[in-house]
Structures are given as structure tokens and as C-alpha cells.
Design a protein. Sequence first.
Length: 137
Amino acid sequence: MNRIKYWLQNLGAKLGAGLRHFMLGRYGTDKLNTVILISGVIASLLSMFIKIPVVNLILTVISYALMIWAIYRMLSRNTYKRYQENRKFLRLKERLKDKQHRYFGCPRCRQQVRVPRGKGKISITCPKCGEKFIKKT
């Protein structure tokens, strides 16, 4: 009994070391990956309950595509690109949560400018290039 316990512990340590070595230099998981996986699982569950064949097929394909995309992102070695994707996602998520401000792009340099909502027409000065433009908030 003691030998089996030792053998299982040794096997677990070897598998863990092998997995760590395999994931070395790969991106791993992040918030965007979590949202993609959850969306894939939800699409899969919906496909189980919807009995219309065409809709079922579409949801199944979407669920597989989302899960494959999440695995691809997790195993990717292009960590900088995956980091940028996650950063854009988190920025978009924050903008959707921000109900007190509006975001505009500067017509000259495309810098994002945040202004308070509900102020009517206001003159906005870009902090990067100094361009002035008028927008309704």
C-alpha cells in the first residue's frame, strides 16, 4: 500500500513537471480566455436544449470554434499579441461599465478622450495634440 502511494506521488510530480515544462514560454489563461470559454460552454448548453436542427448545428459549431480559439490562445507562444488582445478586451469592458462618461476619438491623432455625459455640446481639447473639436455628450 505504501509503495502504491509513493508511486502515485512520484507520477504526479513527474506529470506536473512535464506540464510546467510544456507551458514554458506559452501564454496561459487570462480574462478574455475565461469569457471565451464560458461563451463556448453556454453555446454548447443551448445547443443541447434547442431542438431545431439548423440552430442546434450552428450553436454546436460556434461552441466548438470558441473552445478551440480559447485553447489556441492559451497555448500560443506569441505572448505579446495575446497580452494586447486581453488589454483591449479589458479596456472595452471598462468603457461599457462607465455610465458617467463618453469616449471620443480625436479627429487628428485618434487619441481617446473621456468627457462627462449629459453636458450638451462641449468643446473638447485633445490632451495629446491640442486639436479642438465639438461633440454632444
